[in-house]
Design a protein around this ligand. Structure first.
Ligand SMILES: Nc1ncnc2c1ncn2[C@@H]1O[C@H](COP(=O)(O)OP(=O)(O)OP(=O)(O)O)[C@@H](O)[C@H]1O
Length: 976
């Protein structure tokens, strides 16, 4: 149990210890004549003094906690306030580097101690794994063989490294002081969480020198000369060796490739005639390089921006730009992006910086990194640019076993199998999508826990199956420790000192408190033993049933043998895991079984409506027409007398836009010459990407928008389909989207506020109708000719999201995705308010709050960086953005039960008459210029220069697949 008195006592003892260390060292300094020994002792004195500083700080806060706990709250509130009110406060702006954790001069704090302990623990685990491997080799060969010798030497090296690491760990443990504040020190950085993120690129590492290391022969006689060399190790493979030097100075550069590598290590050796052993090491997990590379990029970009004020307008300008109009911002940005073909960019991460070696010493290095980003992942624009939305299909369930829905996952942490307690060596394993139970693929069949999501008891038997009747409950009690522990259920590393860990007093297993209810009551029984007993039960049962059967066969003729159902099933496809499309096909076949047979398809009609009929003819000829599609203008009226609509009724005039999912074209309705925007989606890609349900949902959301003719939501005129495509016929908004307009000119604060108010009402309506929009961005806000806006693109909407309901699909447009989506957590409508914050930031400041060269960097920025605001920006504007861009959903503006109302009441919207906004009675400050209905100047030339034709689709859909689109077509409210 934590007691402040005990903690104070503990810190005091630690301070005294450091003081006596200093005294001892000082006495030795006076008595030695060896300059190197002197230098090392002096370093030890400095180190102990810095430890005393840290410990004294901790002692002071403990005293406050003891004597005036109320002051602590005030202090905390003050700290928080000073962070939020400082508009320039940001990890990026402060220039904080991910390498700070390794800097030799970094003043100690709890975060550094915790992270270092985690680093060392992880490294120890890796060494442990290597040792196990080497041990196998040692046992395999005879003592005389060369392989044996090599393996034995390697073994000794690993043992020495382990000794060094353990001694470092001991040092940090001695400095650690427990705190009662929940999660005070345990808030892990993203680096600590994703230690094993793979990294691909080229590293240039220059080693300048080392100092203060414990050389093996540091005695009076050596006079500072040692034969020392370094190895650079990437994922346990030596990639570079340095030359041997005598005075710890190299100035040697090493260039090496990291290919999906997870760690890089510099190991310092003292060369000896018989064997050379490591004396110090530096461990750099890939996550550090990735994180620092991203921060450096953002710093560089920020340094190029000059925040200027112009009345109420904030204009971020680029130094390099001698622009007179805002339009050149986007040109600048675009050319900057173009400078990185293939996504390769070299970043100088460290320049002659001293980092800490473990267990003692420092190393001076310079580090450059050129990240290799696959072309497909490069974000083409550093500033504001179009970005398609992404939707990740749900991970494929590859096995249903004991109620678990196992998906194959790749982890970026060291994970432990819940069955055999061994590590997931290559980071891949099975995890239940429902309860997070994690195991090796090979251990699946040895699992004995049932998924609690499906039953109330973890050991309940499967239907007709066997179960263990043992109930020996674990005796769990809260546990805090420095040692590396993994959860016996979900397999994740248990964060140090997070007060969410249990350890069984009897058998010693550890788990998260939240996972403890999922662990079966089999204290003291190994998984192997449990399986053994289960097998015994099974064979006894089988034997008994055979005996019974043979007794019965004396009187009855033998019945055919019925195979007992297997308790698990792998969903198989030829050659392994089934594909999503196979799964879908299966689903649609199932669905088809419940649908009435469709009439045989009529002969395809050749449309005569396209601006280039010859192309259209060739394109459309092979199509299997829609079962309900009208084939000629005369068929506008259906059997029921309701009008029908089809491809023949439109003339395509121009391409207006393209997204990740479809293409939007301007089309003229032949019957009244009215213009519509038609979104065209290919059926085969809908099926291939498992997006049938979202297509249907998109249409239902259109219906919801149509229902009230909401002023700020795009309405649907009709929908129809051909054999290969589906079409949404939408009202045409001729002013273009806000992405185009912001690239033309910066919005004034007033203009941004006006658009934000209208968007806010659109979101409010969606949320009231239990829809989360999930794709708010400038590209999806269209500007009408009267200057008002309409929200478009309902492709990512999630319906039925009543209050308190959560969902989990990973989707959105990278720069706008809320942290909870990125963290794979369950999320709710608050994600729309996060995106609203990003949108507001972009509209007001003309750039994104979270930037990166690729998706990965953007995601890291969203999870770690604080957005920056110009110093002169009005307080309410900063405040609303900070409140919307709050990572904690419960604290996020709009995240509460009052939803939009809280946003509408924020001082940023002070003076806004929401009723007048809704009735469009506020005159917009800006109206897009158009010369007439057919003017497409408000659309990106990137799209409008394309020919408005439908490209050929080669695939032919089966009847069942066609059937799955039944019900899509509708016109003026009528369904097919
Ligand atoms: N009704 C419309 N009137 C005018 N232009 C439109 C209309 N609907 C869409 N657009 C234009 O087409 C572009 C792409 O449309 P949309 O966002 O619906 O496609 P998408 O494939 O779903 O895109 P994303 O990948 O962003 O989800 C829009 O950014 C806009 O410029």
């Amino acid at each position: 149990m934590y007691s402040i008195e005990a903690a104070i006592d503990d810190v005091q003892k630690k301070i005294d210890r450091e003081k006596s260390l200093i005294q001892g060292a000082k006495a030795m300094v006076d008595s030695t004549g060896n300059s190197e020994v002197k230098q090392r002792l002096e370093h030890k004195i400095r180190e102990a003094s810095s430890n005393i500083d840290y410990l004294t700080n901790r002692l002071n806060s403990l005293m406050i906690e003891k004597n005036a706990p109320s002051l602590r709250g005030i202090q905390k509130a003050f700290d928080e306030k000073s962070v939020s009110s400082s508009s320039m406060s940001s990890k990026v702006v402060n220039g904080k580097s991910a390498f700070d954790i390794l800097l030799s001069k970094a003043p100690l704090n709890e975060e550094i101690i915790m992270t270092k302990m985690k680093f060392i623990q992880m490294r120890l685990v890796v060494e442990e794994q290597c040792l196990a491997g080497v041990d196998k080799i040692v046992n395999l060969y005879s003592k005389e063989s060369k392989n044996y010798e090599e393996a034995a030497a390697q073994r000794e090296e690993i043992l020495q490294k382990t000794r060094l690491l353990k001694s470092a760990l001991k040092r940090y443990k001695e400095l650690y002081i427990p705190s009662d504040e929940p999660n005070s020190t345990a808030s892990e950085t993203s680096i600590a969480k994703n230690l094993f993120k793979p990294l691909t690129g080229t590293v240039k590492l220059t080693i300048h020198a080392i100092k203060n290391v414990d050389h093996t022969d540091a005695n009076e006689q050596s006079h500072g000369a040692h034969d020392t060399f370094l190895n650079i190790v990437v994922d346990n493979r030596v990639v570079c060796k340095s030359r041997t030097v005598q005075h710890d100075t190299w100035n040697e550069a090493f260039v090496f490739e990291m290919n999906k590598a997870r760690e890089c290590e510099v190991v310092v050796y003292d060369r000896k005639p018989d064997k050379s052993l490591p004396i110090a090491l530096l461990w750099v997990p890939s996550a550090l390089i990735l994180d620092d590379s991203r921060r450096k990029r953002n710093l560089q970009e920020l340094s190029e921006i000059d925040w200027k004020m112009n009345d109420s307008d904030m204009l971020p300008l680029k130094h390099s730009s001698s622009r007179t109009t805002n339009a050149s911002v986007s040109t600048d940005v675009a050319s900057n992006a173009g400078a990185a073909p293939g996504g390769d960019k070299t970043r100088k991460l460290l320049s002659q910086v001293w980092l800490s070696l473990e267990p003692a010493g420092q190393i001076c290095v310079s580090l450059e990194f050129t990240k290799k980003v696959p072309n497909s992942k490069v974000i083409s624009d550093n500033g504001l640019g179009r970005q398609g939305a992404i939707r990740q299909n749900k991970e494929e369930v590859i096995s249903d076993f004991l109620g678990h829905s196992f998906v194959l996952r790749q982890f970026y942490q060291i994970m432990r199998c819940a069955v055999c307690a061994d590590f997931l060596k290559d980071g891949s394993g099975l995890q239940c999508a429902e309860c997070s139970y994690t195991c090796h693929r090979r251990c699946l069949m040895k699992t004995i826990n049932r998924c609690i999501a499906k039953t109330h008891s973890v050991t309940a038997p499967p239907e007709g199956g066997e179960s263990l009747k043992h109930h020996i409950p674990h005796r769990f009690e809260p546990y805090n420790s420095f040692s590396a522990n993994w959860c016996s259920h979900c397999g994740y590393f248990i964060s140090f000192l997070k007060k969410d860990c249990y350890k069984c007093k009897e058998c010693g297993i550890t788990c998260h408190i939240r996972c403890s209810r999922l662990i079966p009551d089999l204290c003291g029984m190994s998984n192997d033993m449990a399986n053994h007993i289960l097998n015994e039960i099974r064979s006894t049962k089988l034997l008994t049933s055979r005996v019974m059967k043979s007794a019965a066969s004396v009187s009855k003729p033998a019945a055919p043998e019925i195979k007992s159902p297997t308790p698990f099933s792998f969903r198989k496809k030829s050659g392994g895991v089934p594909s999503i499309s196979q799964g879908l096909l299966f689903a649609t076949q199932q669905l088809a079984g419940s649908l009435p047979e469709a009439p045989p398809p009529p002969r395809p009609a050749i449309p005569a409506h396209s601006p280039s009929p010859s192309i259209a003819e060739t394109l459309l000829k092979p199509e299997v027409p829609d079962v309900k599609q009208c084939s000629s203008p005369s068929s506008i009226a259906s059997k029921k007398g309701k009008p029908r609509i089809g491809l023949d009724d439109f003339t395509f005039l121009a391409v207006l836009g393209k997204g990740n999912f479809g293409k939007v074209m301007l089309a003229e309705y032949k019957h009244n010459k009215r213009l519509y925007a038609i979104k065209v989606l290919k059926k085969d890609s809908i099926l291939k990407n498992n997006e049938l349900e979202s297509l249907k949902s998109e249409k239902r959301v259109f219906m919801t928008a149509n229902k009230e003719k909401h002023p700020f939501l795009l309405n649907l005129f009709a929908s129809f389909q051909t054999g290969t495509r589906v079409y949404f016929v939408m009202e045409y908004i001729d002013g273009g989207d806000l992405m185009l307009h912001i690239q033309r000119e910066q919005f004034s604060l007033k203009r941004a506020q006006f658009y934000a108010a209208e968007v806010c009402l659109g979101l409010k309506y969606f949320h009231e109708n239990h829809i989360i929009y999930r794709d708010l961005k400038l590209d999806n806000i269209l500007l009408c000719s009267d200057g008002h806006i309409k929200i478009a693109d309902y492709g990512l909407c999630k319906e039925n999201m009543t209050e308190g309901k959560f969902t989990s699909t990973f989707c959105g447009t990278p720069e706008f995705m809320a942290p909870e989506i990125l963290l794979d957590q369950q999320y709710n409508r608050a994600v729309d308010w996060w995106a609203f914050g990003v949108l507001l930031y972009q509209m007001i400041l003309g750039q994104s709050p979270f930037k990166g060269d690729d998706e990965e960097e953007i995601f890291e920025a969203i999870l770690n960086d604080e957005p920056m605001f110009p110093i002169h920006m009005p307080g309410e504007a900063v405040d609303i953005m900070q409140k919307l861009l709050t990572r904690d959903i419960d604290k996020r503006l709009g995240g509460g039960p009052r939803d939009a109302l809280d946003v509408m009441e924020h001082p940023f919207f002070r003076g806004v008459d929401w009723d007048m906004i809704f009735k469009k009675q506020i005159e917009p400050t800006y109206k897009p210029r158009t010369t007439g209905a057919y003017d497409i100047n408000n659309f990106d030339v990137e799209f409008t220069r394309e020919r408005p034709v439908l490209t050929p689709v080669n695939s032919i859909l089966s009847k069942t697949e066609q059937e799955s689109f039944r019900g899509f077509s509708s016109f003026a409210g009528s369904e097919d």
